[in-house]
Design a protein around this ligand. Structure first.
Ligand code: PAF
Length: 291
């Protein structure tokens, strides 16, 4: 695996690969890589000849007061995990490389406002515009034919799919199943913020989503009843402050009028410093399973 820090060098390396007919896939990340990222890299390696893992903690997607400074940074471990999982290139730009005019010098916006104001966007109103800008730049730098994202960030995945469709990026977006700990907790770089008590309580979010799914499977069609049942599971937990639970259409992210198997169940719960998000499909088609 080759490590590259400059966009020009990355393009030169990948142009050569493309000329030789090699398929390029990308796994965009902010580092602090874990088994969930490894599963994305393995999937990309199964599909593509070149797999680029990008590691960049993107300041544009953090609002003032969020955890940009504290976000875990583990470059040596990231390189090891990427190589072991099948990456051929690790792209590790610094901020000046990604934003030559500074993070406040980006005057262009790329956004999908119709999908970005709800759920996560309700409490993080500038987050997804920052994600779209950096993902658009990474797509231009890498020129992948496929890009791999985890379903754990379901709203992000929906927004990136829409951005790619609306702006005709020649990239196939591949959503990959959420990777979970044996007790159901979705793997996340931010899980390191949990203290032992919070870590023990954190799987409650997944249990709440499963409760919603079980109700729908039993025939409940009232989304308010499904939301109430999910909220009750979280509220019965000794720790964890519920932000939201939602029953939405998976493409528009709009609340559904009638709950059913095609819905997506999402939630966010705060445990101390960590704000955890998770989601599952109502029909179990996402292969949701702990472990
Ligand atoms: O999901 C993430 O890690 C980030 O939001 C992404 C897609 C790498 C953009 O910075």
């Amino acid at each position: 695996m080759e490590t590259v820090t400059a966009v020009a060098a990355l393009r030169a390396r990948l142009d050569e690969a493309r000329c030789a007919g090699r398929r390029v896939g990308v796994v965009p990340t902010m580092g602090a890589l874990h088994e969930g990222h490894a599963s994305l890299v393995r999937r990309a390696a199964a599909d593509c000849d070149e797999v680029v893992v990008t590691v960049f903690v993107n300041p544009l997607q953090f609002a003032a007061g969020e955890d940009l400074g504290a976000y875990p940074r583990t470059p040596a471990e990231d390189a090891e995990l990427s190589a072991r999982s099948g990456a051929t290139v690790l792209f590790l730009p610094d901020e000046a490389e990604m934003y030559p005019d500074g993070r406040d010098g980006v005057l262009t916006s790329v956004a999908v406002p119709a999908l970005a104001g709800v759920l996560e966007g309700a409490s993080r109103p500038t987050h997804f515009a920052g994600v779209c800008v950096v993902v658009a730049k990474l797509f231009h730098a890498v020129g992948p034919c496929r890009a791999y994202f985890g379903e754990k960030d379901f709203q992000q995945l929906a927004i990136i799919r829409r951005m790619v469709r609306d702006l005709s990026f020649p990239v196939e977006v591949v959503g990959c199943p959420t990777s979970r700990e044996p007790d159901g907790l979705a793997r996340s770089s931010r899980n390191v913020y949990l203290d032992p008590d919070e870590r023990a309580a954190a799987p409650v979010l997944h249990r709440a989503l499963r409760e919603g799914r079980a109700l729908i499977a039993a025939g409940e069609t009232d989304p308010a009843a499904v939301r109430a049942a999910m909220a009750a599971v979280v509220e019965a937990s000794p720790s964890g402050e519920l932000d939201y639970v939602a029953v939405v259409d998976p493409l528009t992210l709009a609340p559904v009028e009638r709950a059913g198997p095609a819905c997506r169940l999402l939630g966010a719960v705060r445990f101390g410093r960590a704000r955890l998000i998770d989601n599952i499909s109502a029909d179990g088609s996402d292969g949701d399973r702990p472990g």
